[in-house]
Design a protein around this ligand. Sequence first.
Ligand code: SAH
Ligand code: SF4
Length: 387
Amino acid sequence: MTLVNLLDLDLEALGAFCERLGEKRFRATQLFRWIHQRGVADFDAMSDLAKSLRAKLAQAAEVRPLAVVSEQASADGTIKWLFDVGAGNAIETVFIPETDRATLCISSQAGCAMACSFCATGHQGFARNLTTGEIVAQLWHAERALRARGLAVGAAQRVISNVVMMGMGEPLQNYAALVPALRVMLSDHGYGLSRRRVTVSTSGVVPMIDRLRVDCPVALAVSLHAPNDALRDELVPLNRKYPIAELIAACRRYLEAAPRDFITFEYCMLDGVNDSLAHANELVALVAERADTRIACKFNLIPFNPFPQSGLHCSPHERVLAFAEVLRAAGIVTTVRRTRGDDIAAACGQLAGEVQDRTHLRERAARRAIGIQLQRPAQPAHAKESA
Ligand code: SAH
Ligand code: SF4
């Protein structure tokens, strides 16, 4: 008999599982706390559970961790884990400590089928969706490993204060596994993270944004990267299916369910591709036309993290600042993301793990990157404008 991986179950499902074992549902709460709050995998160590229950659990279930291939620490405190998920596939998880928070960046798929031209994961192609257990296991492992390093803070003895679904993969293409994983993160008996401290980042899977709004409205980040469809079609191929107007409309609907929230628009700064002042003004028109129709949002400009084969370059720092200034002048809160962990290839878009590409995206994406390069003007648009 295959053992049930308890990391696959949210509290509701664990309750049902306990009932199937002939136990009271509330036992699930105790069990859930042992697993997620205390990081215990061994049923025998769960001292306040009856011996008979522990015996039943040992027969039917396990807490299945991910196999760690490596753990690398950056000079800036960032830690990256590489996990083996079988069949030649590996995924990455990154811990990013800051002064006021400690964020874990989690993967949702082995590879990604979205083939964004500026993303290392997208260049690798897609192998498979991760299970709920594999998504949760990244948090479970990281929290345990960080505590073992003595990094726990506060009465709860927790290290990780925020989770972002910004590792490998498109989380909204793995919706069925994602939502129970989010529930484990949010549960008071699990990781106890508030809705606003768990962020799903998407390249714009519009129907799933609508479903997330109903099922589990956590913080939403949208990878925009271009102010118009012609350019976004090239950078984020999913845009051909769900163009910008539909995406923005879905963002507005999302905010109706969470009116005190805002959408974070991520914008990867690509030299000579999407970084001119004209692009910045187009973005302002897109989101902030009139104060009364303005979408509640924040921009996060991400300096492009280069990787081999992309054929793309990061915008010069001054251009990033000038771009940010245009947005700020229009009253849009804009931050420039600090690159973290680039000495261990843990920065945004550098996560490549190891993926057995089943979709041949790698070759297709490489062809597209060449196309984008050819479209770059001989003189960067920015240089013309500031002249
Ligand atoms: N698939 C989701 C989440 C994972 S990517 C998404 O696309 O939103 C997380 C963020 O990193 C996204 O905003 C993505 O566009 C950005 N990113 C990808 N490649 C990058 C690169 N090479 N440099 C900087 N940011 C990158
Ligand atoms: Fe996939 Fe996101 Fe990378 Fe696009 S940016 S290829 S959606 S992981």
